[in-house]
Ligand binder design. Structure first.
Ligand code: ATP
Ligand code: MG
Ligand code: MG
Ligand code: MG
Length: 567
């Protein structure tokens, strides 16, 4: 690809509503553009990465014995009525009508459609097990689309569905799919964990989520450092009271909030409860100083604009905080030390704080995010710790090791569904005895588009994205210096361009009339793993300059050895 034929679309700045690295960088690197809330166009650079993720997922599905199909995005409502989910699914299900006033949905998932297909196509146990997948668009009318393609309304999912005569067979296939998921995330070069997940409202007997570890993750996962135990926080909490605090973190809602927002705005926008019985605690830390922590406690029985410093002393004393000492100092200083707290005020935050007991709390991380925590359980006072990385106690549900909590991005989710859908939709086969037997099902999702963002969360620096060779939009970029004036430079650039293409290596030739600084900056921002810099001076020395994006290291490579070096 030549830059002059391409839609590069890089940008210096990201809009202020992009608060996490992947969102900012995907916009700046010209990977995506927002059309409307939760709806994104994939630009060429983004699409190239998306297709690579897709290819790896497809290969591993096929290796696991899954067969590709493609089902419609638009699904008739009667199937959803039959499964019972027309009433149960709630607001994420986008319902539409056709010109005949018939009800349809935009598919958020495809259990109904696949069950409809299989109940018609399969009638004997001899056709089982059956494993089908698709890579396709889903629509979920998310309450709060955010973080770019991390949580969109329209997104690309790989979803697979398996059909079995019995549970034993399902379990075998489930293990094969579990292993395939591990291979997918290994090949993508992601740091991830498979965790036990609650089967929740979907039902069934077992479920695992796959989480890419990242501070910006919306989920919390719990794992032991001395055993294989790893669970999502809801699941861990269900089996161990030790994870009470974790449970509190799990209920955090990450709300992206530009610093300039006022508390009053936040309260009204994000519906922070200020009811009579619920108290809201907001912790404010100044940008300049780590220790300059100010607590502002809004009690349920106060109007927002009536809060005074006195109230702080009144309610703060029985509390235990992560940053308790600073709060205590304030309390000691007594009423007036803060002056009347006037609202609205800028909400500037720079660290995480956990709170306790029957409070709803606003806390913060990294000077960027605002957490609205809501919980009503009795978290033991004193167990409060940094929300980002809690290490609590010596018990885990498995009884071994220390329990750690990390934040994760859910990139995959697999389920042993059992016969929930097959039963409701009467999907049965003739068994060996010639009797009708309801099928047993599994389902297996991967968030293809979310993976692209998750990979960037794990691999970026101040200059941009750092792709590995596997999912990089291009493997090599050729940056010719002064190509328009120097024939030698132009010829060598063209030669490498042709040779690399012939060798099957994806190469971008930056043939713009731009200053080298701009070309280097774009190459780094987009995150192309290998850069070849071609200039007259180095040609005089019989070499060209190679730069590795990940390590930042530069090397001189002999002109004739370049292609072999890249390979
Ligand atoms: P989440 O908890 O993040 O809302 P989910 O549990 O609702 O996800 P699943 O029904 O398990 O999602 O779907 C399978 C996968 O699809 C998820 O693991 C995730 O990677 C991806 N996914 C789900 N919702 C979205 C979304 N709104 N935008 C992008 N990817 C999504
Ligand atoms: Mg969801
Ligand atoms: Mg989930
Ligand atoms: Mg899920």
């Amino acid at each position: 690809m030549r830059t002059t034929n391409y839609l590069l679309s890089t940008q210096k700045e990201a809009p202020s509503d992009a608060v996490i690295a992947s969102h900012q960088l995907m916009l700046r690197a010209g990977m995506i553009r927002k059309l409307a809330s939760g709806l994104y166009t994939w630009l060429p650079t983004g699409l190239r990465v998306l297709r690579k993720v897709e290819r790896i997922v497809r290969e591993e599905m096929e290796r696991a014995g899954s067969v590709e199909i493609s089902m419609p995005v638009v699904q008739p409502a009667d199937l959803w009525q039959e499964s019972g989910r027309w009433d149960k699914f709630g607001g994420e299900l986008l319902r539409i009508k056709d010109r005949h006033n018939r009800d349809f949905v935009l598919g958020p998932t495809h259990e109904e459609v696949i069950t409809e297909l299989v109940r018609k196509e399969v009638n004997s146990y001899k056709q089982l097990p059956l494993n089908l997948f698709q890579i396709q668009t889903k629509f979920r009318d998310e309450t709060r689309p955010r973080f770019g393609v991390m949580r969109t309304r329209e997104f690309i999912m790989k979803d697979a569905y398996t059909f079995h005569l019995d549970q034993e067979c399902l379990e075998k296939t489930y293990q094969i799919m579990f292993d395939a998921y591990c291979r997918i995330f290994d090949r993508l070069g992601l740091e991830y964990r498979a965790v036990i997940a609650d089967t929740g409202s979907i039902g069934g007997s077992a479920s695992h989520e796959f989480h890419v570890l990242a501070q910006s993750g919306e989920d919390a996962i719990v794992f032991s450092d001395q055993s294989d135990y790893a669970a999502n926080i809801e699941k861990a909490e269900a089996v161990s009271p030790q994870v009470e605090l974790a449970a509190a973190t799990a209920e955090m809602e990450l709300v992206d909030t530009p610093n300039a927002k006022t508390i009053a705005e936040l309260v009204s926008e994000h519906n922070i409860a200020i009811e009579k019985t619920v108290k809201t605690l907001i912790v404010k830390a100044s940008e300049e100083s780590e220790s300059d922590l100010v607590a502002l406690i809004i009690r349920g029985d106060h109007e927002l604009n009536e809060i005074k410093a006195e109230n702080l002393a009144e309610v703060a004393s029985p509390l235990t905080f992560a940053h308790e000492s600073e709060i205590r100092e304030l309390v000691k200083a007594g009423p007036g030390s803060l002056g009347p707290v006037s609202l609205p005020m800028p909400f500037i935050v720079d660290r995480s704080v956990a709170v306790m007991s029957d409070f709803s709390a606003g806390a913060n991380i990294d000077n960027k995010h605002y957490f609205n925590i809501n919980w009503n359980r009795d978290v033991e006072l004193g167990q409060v710790a940094d929300l980002r990385n809690v290490v609590e106690g010596d018990l885990s549900p498995c009884g071994k090791g220390r329990l750690s909590i990390a934040r994760g991005i859910e990139v995959g989710h697999i389920f042993q569904l059992g016969d929930t859908y097959a039963q409701a939709m009467n999907a049965a086969v003739l068994n060996q005895q010639g009797k009708n037997q309801v099928m047993t099902m599994g389902c297996y999702g991967v968030g293809i588009s979310r993976i692209v963002a998750a990979a960037i969360e794990q691999s970026n620096d101040k200059n941009g994205i750092i792709w590995n060779d596997v999912i990089a939009p291009f493997t090599v970029v050729i940056v010719p210096m002064n190509m328009k004036k120097s024939h030698r430079v132009a010829d060598l650039a063209e030669q490498y361009y042709a040779e690399l293409q012939a060798a099957g290596i994806e190469v971008l030739l930056d043939d713009r009339k731009e200053r080298p600084g701009i070309m280097f900056a774009d190459a780094e921002l987009i995150g192309i793993p290998h850069t070849l810099v071609i200039g007259d001076r180095s040609i005089d020395n019989g070499v060209i300059e190679y730069k590795n994006r990940a390590s930042g290291e530069k090397e001189e490579v002999k002109i004739e050895e370049v292609i072999a070096f890249i390979k």
